[in-house]
Ligand binder design. Structure first.
Ligand SMILES: *Cc1c(COP(=O)(O)O)cnc(C)c1O
Length: 285
């Protein structure tokens, strides 16, 4: 199994929270592993176990050039002595960005496919092309998001305990949110902050079969789309990171920006205890 470091729950001593009468607790899951961090650790846990169980020696997965999932999978595969292949969307551009350079240093073999083929990446003919080219592999879907990932996140949820009213996390594919919903079995109020523009996110989360209805999506904090930012969001991220701990602009920054905005609008009742998950995404390199 991957190494795991226990992580603290940190209370944010911010006057804006105190004035609103709410408590914000942060599970610093970004600290659970130096490179396979945050929710990616839990999403990979049972995927890696399944690869091992079925005797596979290679992990193949997908992602964009800035994917935290590619980064984490490359590191996890190396730690557990799997070979890894990353199917990357779009054209190869050199020099590699920090994510792809790291992945390659971990031994991941990078293979680029066109955006059009990327859309068809899970079709049988594409998968059989990958098999012809790379041999047998254990397939982990884009973002690591599948039923095994949901099960891993549901297990993570148990270590959060019970001493809070609201549970908040960012939503990329929605597998992390679905795992938390499943863990809490209809208790708590669970809020997912979407980081991409558009609609249809409710259906995306429901694809992972969360099983309960005590959750809501907050869809006003994507800042213009994936990895996009508004000046207000950017300013918040800089301020928050200097006051408390680093958040990045793709997931955790949007999560905390959204929570603080909701606090300022009186969304949470007085006395509410909010637990937010820092899902990681801060790269050392
Ligand atoms: C991948 C990622 C997410 C999104 O998780 P989903 O399960 O795809 O919704 C959230 N936060 C961070 C830091 C991530 O890297």
């Amino acid at each position: 199994m991957l190494a795991y470091h226990e992580t603290p729950i940190q209370q944010i001593p911010d006057l804006r929270l105190r004035d609103a009468g709410v408590t914000l607790l942060v599970k610093r899951e970004d600290l659970n592993h130096p490179t396979v961090s945050g929710n990616k650790w839990w999403k990979l846990k049972y995927n890696l176990a399944e690869a091992r169980r079925t005797g596979k020696t290679t992990i193949l997965t997908f992602g964009g050039a800035f994917s935290n999932h590619i980064y984490a999978t490359a590191a996890a595969a190396r730690e557990l002595d799997f070979k890894s292949i990353g199917i990357i969307r779009g054209e190869e551009t050199l020099p590699y960005n920090a994510v792809l350079q790291f992945a390659q240093e971990q031994g991941m073999r990078l293979h680029y496919i066109s955006r059009e083929n990327y859309r068809r990446k899970n079709d049988d003919d594409m998968l059989s092309q990958f098999r012809d080219r790379f041999g047998e592999f254990h397939l982990v879907p884009e973002g690591g998001s599948n039923a095994l990932a949901v099960a891993g996140v549901a297990e993570f949820g148990k270590i959060l305990g019970d001493a809070f009213d609201y549970l908040c996390c960012p939503v990329g594919t929605g597998a992390t949110l679905a795992g938390l919903i499943r863990c809490f079995k209809g208790t708590k109020r669970i809020l997912g902050f979407t980081v991409l523009k558009g609609d249809g996110w409710t259906e995306e989360v429901e694809k992972f079969d969360p099983g309960y209805s005590n959750w809501r999506l907050m869809q006003d904090y994507h800042g213009g789309g994936y990895a996009k930012q508004t000046p207000g969001l950017q300013q918040f991220i800089e301020e928050f990171s200097s006051l408390y701990f680093p958040v990045e602009n793709v997931y955790s920054g949007k999560l905390f920006y959204g929570i603080f905005d909701l606090v300022s609008k009186g969304y949470f009742d007085e006395g509410a205890k909010i637990m937010a998950i820092h899902t990681g995404g801060i790269h050392a390199s």
